[in-house]
Design a protein around this ligand. Structure first.
Ligand code: SAJ
Length: 427
């Protein structure tokens, strides 16, 4: 069994690039491959859209060959696929990027080399899609001429503490030899625990389960937020109280919905696969519908507040600012952001919607001041650090401020002193 020295990383996004840079730092010879020629050019010029000091520093010192050509794969001892696995508009998993990457690499892979899939995939994809694909498209026999492993990515964009070098990993493979090789590779790569799983399916299931766990916990507090809004109870205070219990409770907080490339997507991988095998994940689907329903709760809450103030409740012609397009604070990533669902619903009700996000260029306003000026309603959708100093005096008197991230709950009186109706997701 050869030890791994040369690797090719396919897909140089927020997963593949940090992995490539870490592998180089650990002494591996690395080729980074991506279809996006602009990205390749930028990387070879030491530029990346990943705004993380560790990454930009490592990229500066890197000698990795970034290319859109796959021919370097033939010399690799290991090929690591880190391409996206989105869902389509019907929420069905789109494996095409992974399939394309497997088709572009495995015909070139040398005997005895290891293929690792890091992209998030549902249980069964390796056994029922990848292995048949390799054995139909190449002369390789998985487990004999090449090895196949799955090591689900666990990158947390923007996290100052946890990164590719120190996050524990799990790894599964189709054979014991492949598992040993993959486990040895990751143990040499990361300064963290690498747990061997009993099969490819178990490794695939780990990532889906950890992200579905997060989705259902968020749905739980979102449902409580809607209930406690009627009961006049501050849900965030109650969660903080529950969190004083030092065991068996994990705090999550309500928001305007669940965005990003992982949490709103991964449960559908399991829902769809299990459906095909005859099981209906009612609970996972319910959690998804609660979280996907939060933008409507925000809009309804605002309309209720307008009618309570004697307004008709119509949003026709109302000037509304949505602050934040990114799906979470202080990152420039608006994939599946619930902000867009709020904007869509407001516009469908005739509102005139302005947007501002310091991290997202497509914002309609150029700065916070113009976003806040003369608005009938302001919605804090993402609690970017740039928004946390908003002064209620900046808002139009008798306007509504909806705090989607409970960032100003302790300044409620200041809003009310300025004749601003302060609404919060937490109550
Ligand atoms: N959210 C809430 N309430 C919460 C936590 C999150 O409404 O209590 C919302 C956020 O506003 C956001 C969405 O959920 O719209 C997702 O937030 P996230 O913090 O889970 O961020 P992600 O999507 O970057 O999730 C990643 C995941 N990491 C991987 O998939 C490798 C996830 O497993 C991590 O748990 C998460 O980071 C993390 O802990 O930060």
């Amino acid at each position: 069994m050869n030890s791994i020295k040369r690797i090719a990383v396919i897909g140089l996004g927020y997963v593949g690039l940090p992995l490539s840079l870490l592998a180089e730092k650990k002494g591996f010879s690395v080729t980074g491959i991506d279809l996006d020629t602009n990205k390749i050019e930028n990387l070879n010029n030491k530029n990346t859209s990943i705004d993380e000091p560790l990454i930009t520093e490592q990229l500066n010192d890197s000698n990795i060959l970034f290319t859109n050509k796959f021919d370097q794969v033939k010399d690799a001892d290991a090929v690591v696929i880190c391409v996206p696995t989105p869902v389509d508009e019907n929420k069905t998993p789109d494996l095409q990027p992974v399939i394309n990457a497997v088709k572009s690499t495995t015909p070139l892979m040398k005997d005895g080399s290891l293929l690792v899939i890091e992209s998030t995939i549902n249980p069964g994809v390796c056994d029922e899609v990848i292995i048949p694909l390799i054995e139909n498209e190449t002369d390789h026999q998985v487990g004999k001429s090449i090895y196949l492993a799955h090591c689900p990515e666990r990158i947390n964009p923007g996290d100052p503490k946890w990164n590719v070098s120190n996050i524990n990993r799990v790894v599964g493979a189709s054979t014991d030899e492949g598992l040993k090789l993959a486990h040895q590779f990751y143990s040499n790569l990361v300064d963290a625990e690498v747990m061997k799983m009993g099969s490819l399916k178990e490794a695939e299931a780990v990532k889906i389960v950890e992200n579905s766990f997060r989705d259902i916990n968020i749905a739980f507090v979102n449902e409580l937020a809607m209930s406690f809004n009627k009961l006049g109870i501050n849900i965030n205070n109650v969660i903080d109280g529950a969190a004083t219990k030092p065991f068996a409770f994990l705090a999550h907080y309500p928001g305007i919905g669940v965005g990003g490339h992982c949490i709103p997507v991964d449960p559908y991988y399991l829902i769809e696969y299990a459906k095909g095998k005859g099981f209906n994940h009612e609970f996972l689907k319910l959690a998804r519908s609660i979280n996907e329903g939060m933008p409507k709760f925000v809009v309804d809450n605002i309309i209720d507040s307008l009618t309570e103030k004697g307004d008709s409740g119509s949003l026709e012609g109302k000037s509304i600012a949505v602050l934040g397009l990114s799906y979470k604070p202080n990152v420039a990533d608006d994939r599946m952001s619930p902000s867009y669902s709020i904007i869509e619903q407001l516009e469908s009700l005739g509102a005139d919607v302005a947007t501002y996000d310091p991290f997202i260029d497509k914002s309609s306003e150029k700065d916070l001041e113009s976003a806040l000026k003369n608005r009938d309603i302001v919605i804090l959708a993402t609690n970017h650090k740039q928004f946390l100093d908003i002064n209620p005096a900046q808002l139009k008197p008798s306007s509504i401020f909806f705090d989607g991230k409970s960032s100003f709950d302790d300044k409620r009186e200041e809003f009310e002193k300025n004749n601003i109706t302060y609404l919060s997701i937490s109550n």
